[in-house]
Design a protein around this ligand. Structure first.
Ligand SMILES: *[C@@H]1O[C@H](CO)[C@@H](O)[C@H](O)[C@H]1NC(C)=O
Ligand SMILES: *[C@@H]1O[C@H](CO)[C@@H](O)[C@H](O)[C@H]1NC(C)=O
Ligand SMILES: *[C@@H]1O[C@H](CO)[C@@H](O)[C@H](O)[C@H]1NC(C)=O
Length: 476
C-alpha cells in the first residue's frame, strides 16, 4: 500500500470515528433515510446511488436543452378560492403606494378606483406592521419572486413553428387551457426554483388548504391530529406524516398523502439549497448558498415534532412513483420526436432521452401501481374518483400562490405529477403491459407541455435527492 492510499485509509477511519462522535446530532435529519421506502420494496440507498450517479447528471443536461427549458404556462389565472393574500402581492405597489409622488405617469394597469386603493393601502400597511410575519423586505421579495420573461425574438419565431408542429398532430384530448391567450413560454433556466422570500400567511394557507381540505385523513382520530399551524413555523401546515396517522389510512390514501408530502419536501429542500444570504455589510446583493440551519429547521426531528425525517423519506416515495411513470411511458417517449425545428438538435436530444430512458427501464425495483385500486368494488371506484378530484383541486390551488416564481414551479410540478398519475392509471390495464404506446394515440396521448412538465418535475425530485448529499456532508 503506498503512502497516499494509507493516508486515505487513515483519513476515512478518522472520519468514521468522528462521524460516530457527532453522528447523533449530525444524522438526526437523515435517521429515516435507510432501508425500504414505505409502501415499496425499494431501498433508499439504492435510490441514492441510482439517482446521484446515473439519473441526476443525465437529466441535468437534458433539461438544459431547448425542448425542455421552455415551459408553456398560464400564470394569470385567477385563484378560484380566495383573493390574493400574499404580503407582497401588490404588483404595482411601487407605483401606487410606495413612490406615488415620484411617479407622475400612471402605468397601464390602473383598474383600481380610489376606494379600492384605500383598501389595498391599508392592507399593505397592516401587513408590513406585523413584524416578522408580514414585514421583511417586500422589495427584495418582489425582486426574488419576479419572473424573468426574457425570450428572444428568434425564439418566439421558433415557438410558432413548434406550435404549428404540435397542432398538426392528431389531438384526441384537450389539455386544460391549451389554447388560452394567457399562455406564455417561460424560460426555466432563467428562473430557477430557489429561495424567494415568499413566506407568512399566504404560503401557509396554500399548504393548509392542500393538506387539510384536499388530502385524505384517517376516518377515526388516531391521536395524531393534523399538526397545529404555528406562527413560528412559517411554511408548515398540517403535515401530519407520523406513522400512526398514515397507517390508519388505506394504501391509496397513504399514497396520495405521501406524494404531496414528497413534493412539499422537495420544494423546501430547494429553498434551503439555494438560499439567499444577506450581504455581510448589509448592502449590495447577497450571496446564494446552502443553508444548513434552514434545512435543520425544516427537517430536524427536534424542531419538527419528529416529523422531519419522515418527510424526507416521502421524497423518495414521490421519486419512485414518478420514476415508475417514466418507465411505463418508455414505449411512448421512445417514439416522441421532441420537435424544436432543428433536425440535428432534435436527433441529439432523442439520443439523450433514449440513453436516460434505458436507465429508467433497467431499474428493477419499480413502484407497483397495480397494488392500487385493486379491489373491484363500488367503494373503490368512488375512492378513485375522489383521488382524481382532490388532485385536480390541488392544481387549481396552485393558481392561488402569491409569488410568480413559486407559482411557476408549483404549477409545473403539480402538472408533472398529474401527468405521471395519468400515465400510471391510463388504459384499461393499470399494471402489466403498458397501454402507453405511441402507436395507440387514440387511447393515450401526451402533449408537449405534459412531457416537459413530467421531465422537469422528476428533475426537481432528482435534484432534491442529490442535494441531500450536500446537506449530509454539511451536517458533519
Ligand atoms: C369602486 O370600488 C368599490 C368597492 O370595491 C365598488 O363598490 C365601486 O363600484 C367601484 N366604483 C367604480 C366606479 O368602479
Ligand atoms: C378545493 O379546495 C378548496 C381550497 O382548499 C376547498 O375549499 C374546496 O372544498 C375544495 N373542493 C373540492 C371539491 O374538494
Ligand atoms: C404498441 O402497440 C402496437 C399496436 O398494438 C404494437 O404492435 C406494438 O408492439 C406496441 N409497442 C410496444 C412497445 O408495446
Amino acid at each position: 500500500m503506498n503512502r497516499f492510499a494509507l493516508g486515505l485509509l487513515l483519513f476515512s477511519l478518522a472520519s468514521i470515528a468522528s462521524a460516530k462522535w457527532n453522528g447523533d446530532v449530525a444524522d438526526r435529519c437523515f435517521c429515516k433515510l435507510s432501508g425500504e421506502v414505505d409502501d415499496c420494496s425499494c431501498k433508499v440507498e439504492t435510490l441514492d446511488s441510482l439517482n446521484n450517479n446515473q439519473i441526476y447528471p443525465r437529466l441535468k443536461s437534458l433539461l438544459a436543452r431547448n425542448y425542455f427549458r421552455y415551459f408553456k404556462v398560464n400564470l394569470k389565472k385567477q385563484c378560484p378560492f380566495w383573493s390574493d393574500d400574499s404580503r407582497c402581492a401588490l404588483k404595482d405597489c411601487h407605483v401606487d403606494i410606495c413612490q406615488k409622488d415620484e411617479v407622475p405617469i400612471k402605468t397601464e394597469k390602473q383598474p383600481d378606483n380610489e376606494s379600492n386603493n384605500q383598501h389595498e393601502k391599508n392592507k399593505y400597511t397592516m401587513e408590513s406592521n406585523k413584524g416578522e410575519q408580514g414585514g421583511g423586505d417586500c422589495t427584495e421579495e418582489r425582486q426574488l419572486s419576479a419572473l424573468d420573461t426574457t425570450i428572444s425574438d428568434e425564439k418566439k419565431a421558433e415557438f410558432q413553428s413548434w406550435r404549428e408542429h404540435d397542432e398538426s398532430l392528431p389531438m384526441f384530448c384537450e389539455v386544460d387551457d391549451e389554447h388560452s391567450n394567457d399562455l406564455e413560454y417561460v424560460d426555466l433556466l432563467l428562473n430557477p426554483e430557489r429561495y424567494t422570500g415568499y413566506k407568512g400567511l399566504s404560503p401557509r394557507r396554500i399548504w393548509r388548504s392542500i393538506y387539510e381540505e384536499n388530502c385524505f385523513k384517517p376516518e377515526k382520530s388516531v391521536g395524531y391530529g393534523p399538526e397545529p399551524i404555528t406562527e413560528a413555523d412559517n411554511y408548515d401546515s398540517a403535515t401530519s406524516s407520523s406513522a400512526a396517522f398514515l397507517e390508519a389510512m388505506c394504501l391509496e390514501k397513504r399514497v396520495f398523502y405521501r406524494l404531496i408530502s414528497g413534493l412539499h419536501t422537495s420544494i423546501n429542500i430547494h429553498l434551503c439549497d439555494q438560499y439567499l444570504f444577506p450581504a455581510k455589510n448589509g448592502f449590495g446583493p447577497g450571496t446564494w448558498g446552502h443553508n444548513l440551519k434552514e434545512f435543520q429547521r425544516r427537517f430536524d426531528p427536534e424542531k419538527t415534532d419528529d416529523h422531519g425525517p419522515q418527510r424526507l423519506k416521502n421524497l423518495y416515495f414521490t421519486y419512485l412513483v414518478e420514476l415508475r411513470a417514466l418507465s411505463k411511458a418508455v414505449p411512448y417517449l421512445e417514439e416522441e420526436v421532441f420537435y424544436t425545428g432543428d433536425a440535428q438538435e432534435d436527433a441529439d436530444l432523442k439520443e439523450g432521452v433514449k440513453d436516460f430512458l434505458a436507465i429508467v427501464k433497467n431499474f428493477p425495483d419499480h413502484f407497483d401501481e397495480s397494488q392500487l385500486f385493486k379491489v373491484n368494488s363500488q367503494e373503490m371506484l368512488q375512492l378513485k374518483s375522489e383521488f382524481v378530484h382532490h388532485f385536480r383541486n390541488i392544481s387549481r390551488i396552485m393558481d392561488c400562490v402569491g409569488c410568480d416564481k413559486c407559482k411557476l414551479w408549483g404549477k409545473l410540478q403539480v402538472l408533472g405529477m398529474g401527468t405521471a398519475l395519468k400515465v400510471l392509471f391510463s388504459g384499461d390495464s393499470m399494471a402489466g403491459d403498458s397501454t402507453v404506446n405511441a402507436s395507440l394515440k387514440s387511447d393515450f396521448q401526451l402533449t408537449r407541455t405534459e412531457i416537459v412538465a413530467l421531465f422537469n418535475a422528476f428533475g426537481r425530485l432528482s435534484s432534491s435527492i442529490h442535494a441531500l448529499e450536500t446537506f449530509r456532508a454539511l451536517a458533519r
